[in-house]
Design a protein around this ligand. Structure first.
Ligand code: UD1
Length: 365
């Protein structure tokens, strides 16, 4: 059975790695790794192949950045050529980025079976491009692999037949389990001059936070205040840096010795920092889950989350309003020891890729 595994953007790599690496050992599956090139900077892409010990892509589409329409369309044009040439039995996509939906649309129209890993998550906020990508991908997929209970409920409510849906757990946690020991050997703390629990780790890249000057200013100002109490490590996404520079709001930020602004970091360095930080401040999807697994306090700057188990069971707190006082209040709670305790959701155990592959292998007649 020939399966094309698709990666495109940074959050895809840690989800595909355990699946692709395990498929390479399967006697029944011949996996092919296709990289769309949605993320292309070495620090947003190549480093993850090295850190996650994943072979370099078999096929690279080199599509690059663009508006949503341009990017999605370019991926579709290039990916269709790949499917026509390779004639795969299945196309497997992960997550909710533009590459996910683009490749699924191509595959389904060519009559190729579609597999969506991390299916069923919903923020119920259609202003988010990722929500559109999730909905569109799920509606045409044949195998829907779900990471948390809410996904099962959402798909049921949308009328997806039960026979297509499998609660297999969180494949990103497989990567975390597989690599947490190697992450311990990272030298990043020394390089940045930070000590265990004496810093917070920040990531911000969502359009709602970093495209709007008013919101971006609030965030930069809040981080400056936080830096008076503890060090701030901020590996900055290229779009965030570009925006902040254009807005002219980096004064007192880049030249602040308590704020460690770095390029995007590799997987192992980031894991290490996440594990050793006091808490995280983020708008990422995946980090909400990784912190829940690690039992680390996470403050998420978003109005909603498509990963509600991180809030109901895990250590995640949503800060729904971009308000400096409110953010600082939550940070004070953590620094004063009022920390939210959590549990790890079902099947977040490092064995999700095994479960997925078993189901796919069984599907072969
Ligand atoms: C994408 C995903 C988002 C995910 C995020 C993680 C979609 C709709 N969004 O958002 O869900 O959380 O990745 O990083 O797919 N850029 C570079 N170098 C790169 C890649 C991007 O400089 O390697 C810059 C470009 O200016 C580009 C911008 O970042 O225009 C945005 O990139 P894009 O892939 O469109 O979306 P992300 O914001 O990265």
């Amino acid at each position: 059975m020939k399966i094309i595994n698709v990666v495109g953007a940074r959050p895809n790599f840690m989800k595909i790695a355990p699946i692709h690496n395990l498929m390479l050992k399967s006697k029944k599956i011949q996996p092919i790794l296709v990289h769309t090139g949605q993320h292309y900077d070495e620090k947003m892409s190549k480093v993850f192949f090295i850190d996650l010990k994943m072979p370099m892509p078999d096929i690279y589409l080199n599509v690059g950045s663009g508006s949503h329409a341009v990017q999605t369309a370019k991926i579709m044009v290039e990916f269709e050529k790949v499917c026509l040439e390779q004639k795969p039995d299945m196309v497997l996509v992960v997550g909710d980025v533009n590459s996910t939906v683009a490749c699924t649309l191509v595959a389904v129209k060519l009559g190729i079976k579609c597999v969506h890993v991390e299916s069923g998550l919903r923020s119920f906020d259609r202003r988010m491009p990722e929500e559109i990508n999730r909905l569109m991908t799920d509606v045409v997929s044949d195998y829907l692999f779900v990471s948390e209970e809410s996904g099962m409920t959402n798909l049921k409510n949308e009328g997806v037949p039960k026979s297509k849906v499998f609660h297999v757990g969180n494949v990103m946690i497989d990567s975390l389990v597989n690599h947490i020991k190697s992450a311990d050997r990272s030298k990043i703390m020394k390089e940045l001059g930070v000590k265990k629990e004496e810093f917070c780790l920040v990531t911000l890249h969502r359009p709602s936070n970093v495209d709007d000057t008013k919101n971006a200013k609030i965030l930069v100002d809040t981080l400056k205040t936080v830096s008076k109490q503890l060090k701030v490590v901020f590996p900055i996404h290229p779009r965030t840096l570009k925006n902040f520079e254009a807005m002219g709001i980096l004064k007192g930020f880049t030249d602040n010795e308590n704020i460690k602004l770095t390029d995007p970091l590799g997987y192992l360095d980031f894991m290490k920092l996440m594990k050793e930080s006091r808490f995280l401040l983020t708008d990422s999807g995946g980090i909400q889950e990784e912190t829940t697994y690690l039992g680390k306090p996470c403050l998420t700057l978003r109005e909603n989350t498509e990963r509600p188990s991180t809030v109901t069971q895990g250590t995640n707190i949503l800060i729904k309003e971009l308000d400096k006082k409110l953010i600082l209040k939550h940070i004070k709670d953590i620094l004063d020891g009022r920390v939210k305790k959590g549990t790890v959701p079902k099947y977040w155990d490092g064995k999700t890729a095994q479960r997925i592959i078993k189901i796919l292998e069984k599907s072969q007649k």
